[in-house]
Design a protein around this ligand. Sequence first.
Ligand code: AMP
Length: 607
Amino acid sequence: MTDPAMELPFYYGSISRAEAEEQLKLAGMSDGLFLLRQCLRSLGGYVLSLVWNLQFNHYPVEKLLNGTYCVSGGKPHCGPAELCEYYSKDEDGLVCTLRKPCLRTADTPIRPGVFDTLRENILREYVRKTWNLEGEAMEQAIVSQAPQLEKLIATGAHENMNWFHGKIARQEGERRLYSGTQPDGKFLVRQKDDTGTFALSLVYGKTVYHYQIQRDKTGKYLMPEGTKFDTVWQLVEYLKMKPDGLVTILKDPCVNRNNAANATPAVPPGRLDRRSGNGYTPAPVTTDSSMRLETLKDRPAMPMDSSEFTSPYDDPEELKEKKLFLKREQLMIDEVELGSGNFGCVKKGVYKMRKKHVDVAIKVLKSENEKGVKDEMMREAEIMHQLDNPYIVRMIGICQAESLMLVMEMASGGPLHKFLSSKKDQVSVENVVELMHQVSLGMLYLEQNNFVHRDLAARNVLLVNQHYAKISDFGLSKALGADDNYYKARSAGKWPLKWYAPECVLFHKFSSKSDVWSFGVTMWEAFSYGGKPYKKMKGPEVMSFIQNGDRMDSPPGCPETMYTVMLDCWTFKHEDRPSFAKVEERMRTFYYSISKKSPSEVPEPVE
Ligand code: AMP
């Protein structure tokens, strides 16, 4: 996952204090020379190494629970870059300001930490087993859930390390250490009991020494009187460099063959079985780590908690019965109307499948006589039939009975703009970023599969719940041919001009890049909590506004990074505009960097 310091040219990753000092010496030891490195003690933390008066000063930078970073006792900052910028202007307790970055040379790559290399695999296994997902759905889940899962996974990561032997007795630990050669520093970690305590067993002078790994009130791990760490594996990494009270530093791991091959999951399979009954049945949590218990209990709702995350046809038995045309007797239509349009209305209902009943939204065509409208609905159905993505409203099928009906997954939270304008006070900016990142994931899927939406707008983003958005309304959408990168409309229709890129209006050309433009307008709507874009202007006026080089202002309180994405989406020339691959990456990076912060701490609101 993205480390927010990764982009800093003076960030060295997981290097030791001695190595940092070596780099600073090589760079000349001038006053104010500094570099940043990964902190071994605290998860997500850093160390700032700074030269003053030919002396080295090392300041730990902690990542606090709310996601901000601070030098102990100092002011919080929203990221390592912002923190360094601040201390470059104000020494605020440091020996001097940060004056000259000690830059990495071309042959000094950022060194990944132990967890950095394992993280991806563990995350993958966790998502696969916990939610029983495979393939595309799993990849989507990994991308969208990484921030919430990262801490959870880091805390249990020791279970994947080759030196971890699980719950074995002291004598068994000794037996394993005495088998084979017994060099000084050979070690293993074992779990002592169910209370989450660990012991370290270590060879020195052909004798095995046992140490209890203690845990303080806040859950940190330490050797008696020693340095405190967020996780057991960080403590072990540290003890490889410093004895911290042990007879010797840790050297060779006594390899547990079961853990040696790869990073296997730290999670019992089937802990949450999403296919049982009406959804999840949390199985008893048997892990030793209270952090993991807490995170499972308290974590915010995630898209994959909803049954709408996977297709109702995910079950092979249901898939066998899948047909485009649904039987009327399997469809129950409620009187409740969810919405309406010129085609007719959308009603609530239930579709009876072989093994389950699913809540559905049914688009009911008003009159069979209007052939054009009927054709339009059939075209929409044809497009939707080809799509299957967690961030796109899925079609269940169509039903030809008292009227033509398009049966879709239910997104009961309604359209995004209405939701945001009515819940302004309850929805944080972070929440908006989360939802717009999901929209970018759905659009990325369309881009990768050569579909253009042509009507992306906040009114066409529906919510399953406050933390889960899906793109809907494929009435204008087109599937592009394999070799085409745009669709050319023969004539202009009733078009949502305020959402359209210049090339759509001027040349009737539609592509994923023109969808990117609409995504920018949708972002603007979202960050203005349901505001109307180009408020006082009429559609055609917007075109001259854009051609003059003008763009909408940033919505109040919108993070600057998000406004920059909007402006890039509104790049006049489509060839210079970013693709969804790029936009999604930027949304994700930003979302990860702010996730878990309280709304007031979201960085850089634009005035
Ligand atoms: P549309 O013409 O597709 O934009 O649908 C009109 C309105 O019906 C939307 O604004 C929603 O309020 C509602 N609606 C459409 N599709 C769904 C759905 N899948 N789930 C819930 N409500 C929907």
